[in-house]
Write a protein that binds this ligand. Structure first.
Ligand SMILES: *[C@@H]1O[C@H](CO)[C@@H](O)[C@H](O)[C@H]1NC(C)=O
Ligand SMILES: *[C@@H]1O[C@H](CO)[C@@H](O)[C@H](O)[C@H]1NC(C)=O
Ligand SMILES: *[C@@H]1O[C@H](CO)[C@@H](O)[C@H](O)[C@H]1NC(C)=O
Ligand SMILES: *[C@@H]1O[C@H](CO)[C@@H](O)[C@H](O)[C@H]1NC(C)=O
Ligand SMILES: *[C@@H]1O[C@H](CO)[C@@H](O)[C@H](O)[C@H]1NC(C)=O
Ligand SMILES: *[C@@H]1O[C@H](CO)[C@@H](O)[C@H](O)[C@H]1NC(C)=O
Length: 588
């Protein structure tokens, strides 16, 4: 086999990583009305696709509204709108911000829609990617100066097309307070509670029963931290205009009874004001929380949604030391029993490294790394799209799940191929590869369930010759020319032109595939299924073949010119690359 001169894995990753471009987005911030001026600062910005722009509001009551170039001071149909954001201070940014994501490099024209003082006509406008010639920012400004008064804003007044976020400090300045504690907010706003030094909770209650959880209300767990800000946040959305009441459930120093309570959209007068709630809390019985947290909202550490277990946020720094990024624990490293328990087992006592590694094993590992980089690209691509909300209600999610499943099953196939190849010279690799296999099988089971299939029907433990896996990925997903053919030749993709399903059970009976030009003689279909299943079926000269009855779930098929080969050797007689086929539910 050819020796590797450079790692194709790295090249492939570079080619694929453009998928995940959002990960490297630049974040800008723009001041809206700072110092009491009717101005955006900066007035213009040049931004790339994927960049995020956050608008910070100052005194008066401004908005960030998208218009067309020709008609400033008037919302563009389908454009974004921050909602009005009153703020008391000319110099301190309001706790509410509005963030947009740049989707393309077309110019974006923006104004403040406040009619009291005609902000737009008086030059409170802003542009992203305004051209230097033609429709320039200066022309937009003069259009605005002569625009009809009063300015117009979206009639429902609610934020759209971006993220309106209210930040509330939990334990502000070391005191037992929420800051701000009494806010008016628009429906559609994301409320972010940021935890500061001490041990606080945030729990929703009713007005009448402060310091005790509201059934089905939101609740963040206890967040012990020495840092201010800690980077730990809890997010909930304002979904209607009803008042929302909350408290800190820490019983040491009776936080709730001492006034650590808050409200969103409390009535300004009457008998259910913020002040009345705070007063009621002073006499409340000892604070309680519900058993399940977090409830309703999302807990994050520095922007990443996290799991949290039994009231304790997983403290990775405490568990693994300060330099997580470069840190690989050595054999014998003493993990905390807590981490070991959560990981579901004990640490490896000894990796039992071999005295040397064979050249073949190096190539196998590189093939595995190539496939795993593909998985990483697919997952991070989906993660960015989903977390940005771009795939809300999109069919793309189904396609992405299928691609993720394909990638992981290819990797499982390659791990098994490699496992069987290394037993001879490099048997010390077996335990580590077996561990990877188990983890990947569980991943496919989870994806099956997300697709509405049975969890057990992934093609678990199939063997796919790594050369075929490489061919599959490079054919379908890698930019042409960005990778050399280090792992062998590239087989033509298998094209399934017809699928005959049994009515009722939905089982696939027959498929027809394209026979590549130049591949002559008799053809067979090699079917690689779970638990070492390997079946061959005859293929007619038209490319039609019967799906073996023993198969279920997803199976991998490869068109071959020989029958009866061992799984390893399919590659030697392959006429096409592999393709995954949904055969049927095993219990259907
Ligand atoms: C802010 O301005 C908007 C639009 O003029 C208005 O509807 C809203 O009542 C104002 N809010 C405050 C607190 O002044
Ligand atoms: C980007 O696209 C999203 C989804 O279509 C949209 O809501 C948002 O307003 C767009 N951003 C800009 C700056 O136009
Ligand atoms: C969040 O990031 C900051 C800055 O890097 C760091 O100091 C802090 O410890 C992080 N928070 C947590 C909970 O890891
Ligand atoms: C609470 O907020 C409302 C609405 O902004 C305001 O009218 C009221 O005076 C505030 N109450 C307190 C005690 O700050
Ligand atoms: C996590 O543990 C480290 C080391 O024990 C400690 O310094 C840090 O403050 C802890 N972080 C949090 C969020 O509690
Ligand atoms: C399948 O279709 C692709 C794209 O049309 C083509 O490049 C490939 O050669 C076809 N494979 C076979 C086996 O005909």
């Amino acid at each position: 086999m050819a020796r590797l001169r450079s790692s194709p894995a790295v090249a492939a990753f570079a080619a694929l990583s453009s998928l995940a471009s959002l990960a490297s987005a630049t974040k800008y911030s723009v001041h809206v009305g700072k110092g009491g001026q009717l101005k955006f600062d900066p007035e213009t910005l040049t931004a790339q696709v994927g960049d995020e722009i956050t608008y910070q509001f100052f005194a008066r009551n401004h908005s960030v509204t998208q218009s067309s170039f020709a008609e400033p001071c008037k919302p563009q149909s389908g454009g974004f709108f921050s909602g009005f954001t009153p703020s008391p201070s000319a110099d301190v940014t309001a706790p509410t911000t509005f963030t947009i994501t740049v989707n393309d490099t077309n110019p974006i024209w923006i104004y403040c829609g406040q009619t009291n003082g005609d902000h737009c006509q008086n030059g409170m406008i802003h542009a992203i990617n305004a051209p230097a010639e033609g429709n320039t920012f200066d022309k937009y400004k003069s259009n605005a100066a002569s625009a009809q008064k009063p300015s117009i804003s979206p009639p429902d007044g609610l934020p759209v097309g971006g993220l309106r976020k209210l930040h509330i400090d939990v334990g502000f300045d070391g005191n037992l307070v929420f800051n701000p504690s009494n806010v008016t907010e628009l429906v559609g706003t994301l409320v972010e509670f940021g935890f500061n030094q001490a041990n606080h909770y945030v729990v929703q209650s009713s007005f009448d029963d402060p310091c005790h959880p509201l059934k089905d209300g939101f609740s963040a767990p206890f967040v012990p931290t020495q840092q201010s800000p800690s980077g730990v946040t809890f997010e909930v959305e304002v979904t209607d205009t009803k008042p929302v009441w909350f408290y800190c459930a820490q019983t040491a120093k009776t936080h709730c009874q001492s006034g650590m309570v808050g409200s969103i959209n409390a009535p300004p007068s009457g008998d259910k004001t913020y002040d009345a709630f705070k007063q009621l809390a002073t006499n409340a019985s000892p604070s309680t929380i519900q058993p399940e947290q977090p409830n309703v909202g999302t807990l994050k550490i520095n922007g990443t949604a996290i799991n949290y277990i039994n009231g304790v946020v997983l403290n990775v720094t405490a568990a693994l030391g300060p330099n997580m990024a470069e840190y690989i624990p050595p054999p014998g490293y003493e993990y905390s029993p807590y981490m070991v328990g959560m990981a579901g087992g004990a640490q490896p006592a000894n990796y039992d490294w071999g005295p040397s590694v064979s050249d073949e094993a190096v190539e196998f590992l590189q093939a595995l790394q190539y496939v795993d980089n593909f998985i990483l690209s697919v997952l991070s691509h989906g993660y960015s799209k989903l977390s940005e909300g771009e795939w809300k209600n999109a069919n793309t999610v189904g396609e992405w799940l299928q691609t993720s499943l394909t990638a992981i099953t290819l990797s499982i196939g390659v791990v098994i191929d490699v496992l069987s190849l290394v037993t001879d010279k490099d048997h010390w690799m077996v335990p580590a590869l077996a561990t990877a296999l188990g983890a990947k099988s569980r991943m496919t089971a989870v994806i099956n369930m997300m697709q509405g299939h049975l969890a057990a029907t992934a093609p678990r433990e199939v063997l796919i010759p790594y050369q075929l896996a490489w061919s599959y990925i490079s054919n379908k997903y890698v930019q042409a020319g960005s990778c050399s053919d280090e792992f062998g030749k590239s087989y033509p993709a298998m094209n399934i032109t017809n699928k005959v399903m049994q009515p009722g059970s939905g089982r696939t009976d027959r498929i027809t595939v394209g026979i590549p030009a130049g591949s002559s003689g008799k053809h067979y279909m090699a079917w690689v299924g779970p638990w070492g299943t390997l079946k061959y079926s005859d293929v007619t000269s038209e490319g039609a073949t019967t799906v073996p009855e023993e198969l279920s779930g997803h199976a991998w098929a490869v068109l071959t010119t020989e029958t009866g080969l061992k799984a390893h050797d399919i590659e030697k007689a392959a006429a096409t690359g592999p393709e995954m086929v949904w055969v049927a539910d095993p219990w259907a």
